[in-house]
Ligand binder design. Structure first.
Ligand code: FDA
Length: 300
């Protein structure tokens, strides 16, 4: 119920005003690496010096005008320049609704294409995040279209969706780079496993398909059981630790991030920044309501 309430709050302007106040700043800076690009780049450098790579996400979803989509794309071009300028070990992650998918599909494709061309010039990589199930097919279609022209683009697959096994099979055939996550949206039982245990079982199955037949997959999870399953499958199959990478979100399980690096695994941290931090932060709290304690401490 709390998860539902938090997801509801993510759309409420009043709740946003409360969380936007200076008192909630410690919470925001735990999950969000800055409002400005330079601040976020500084945090990426800190991660790099600790042996972790990163992927930068300029926060923002569902833009409603071509101008907003163009501005978000321009921010991604700036971000790629920033990464190049400081020589960071860092790529980019973006959402198609932020690139204008709800405004005009062709505009969205053009925006992403500009970003991919810039990334290719810098020998860098861009990952298309996966959004709610209403966008799954469109996201895969656009990914496939772009992948014909740009090999420096990757995609995300969510283990909670029934369709994901078939999607992974097709993506593995293409040689596409896939990030596997559990899935962060509220989905109906018609498209997604309602029970967490089924999502977890599917995650393990898809992870094995990606490790055995995929192209440098990103295993994105903070779940120690999923991580252990990945480590032991890789060891059993003789898959070297440089053939895949673990991925986690900025500020979550830093202890485990560093531990995996010490053990010789690759770890990429998803680093969000920008003014539109609110829906992102609420999703993180909905996943783990214990984070609310952190807010309350911050508010004291
Ligand atoms: P699970 O939710 O089962 O949590 C396992 C354990 O991890 C918890 O018990 C806790 O210890 C820890 N944990 C998890 N979340 C926490 C939190 N918020 N605060 C503190 N501890 C926490 N989703 C999506 O739909 N599309 C996408 O493109 C992406 N992209 C993405 C990139 C990366 C790098 C990551 C790590 C995740 C995503 N996600 C995503 C989000 C993903 O789908 C999922 O919602 C979260 O990762 C939480 O699931 P876990 O696998 O961590 O397991």
């Amino acid at each position: 119920m709390l998860r539902g309430t938090l997801m509801y709050l993510s759309d409420q302007p009043l709740a946003k005003r409360v969380f936007s106040g200076p008192l909630a700043k410690p919470l925001v800076s735990r999950f969000v690496a800055g409002v400005e690009l330079n601040e976020a780049l500084g945090n990426v450098q800190k991660l790099n010096s600790a042996g972790l790579t990163a992927t930068l996400d300029y926060l923002g979803e569902s833009v409603h005008t071509a101008a907003e989509a163009g501005a978000a794309a321009a921010q991604y071009i700036a971000l790629l320049h920033g990464i190049e300028r400081i020589g960071a070990q860092c790529n980019a992650s973006l959402k198609l609704t932020q690139m204008g998918l709800d405004v005009d599909r062709a505009l969205c494709v053009r925006n992403v294409e500009r970003i991919l061309a810039q990334a290719a010039a810098f020998n860098n990589f861009v990952r298309i995040d996966m959004e709610g199930s209403g966008y799954t097919q469109a996201t895969l279609d656009i990914f496939n279209e772009l992948y014909e022209r740009y090999k420096n683009v990757g995609i995300v697959i969510q283990a909670y969706l029934y369709r994901s096994e078939a999607d992974i099979r097709a993506l593995n055939k293409l040689g596409a780079r896939v990030r596997l996550c559990k899935g962060a949206y509220n989905e109906p039982a018609s498209v997604a496993f309602p029970a967490k245990a089924d999502t977890d079982n599917n995650y393990v199955k898809l992870m094995q398909m990606l490790l055995s037949e995929g192209n440098y997959p990103g295993i994105a999870t903070h779940d120690e059981r999923m991580i252990e399953a990945t480590r032991s499958y890789a060891a059993k199959q003789g898959i070297a630790p440089d053939r895949f990478e673990f991925q986690m979100l900025y500020g979550i399980r830093r202890d485990l991030q560093e531990q995996l690096v010490r053990e010789g695994y690759r770890m990429r941290v998803y680093v969000p920044y920008g003014e539109e931090w609110y829906p992102y932060m609420v999703r993180r709290m909905a996943e783990r309501p214990a984070n609310l304690l952190f807010v309350l401490k911050g508010l004291r």
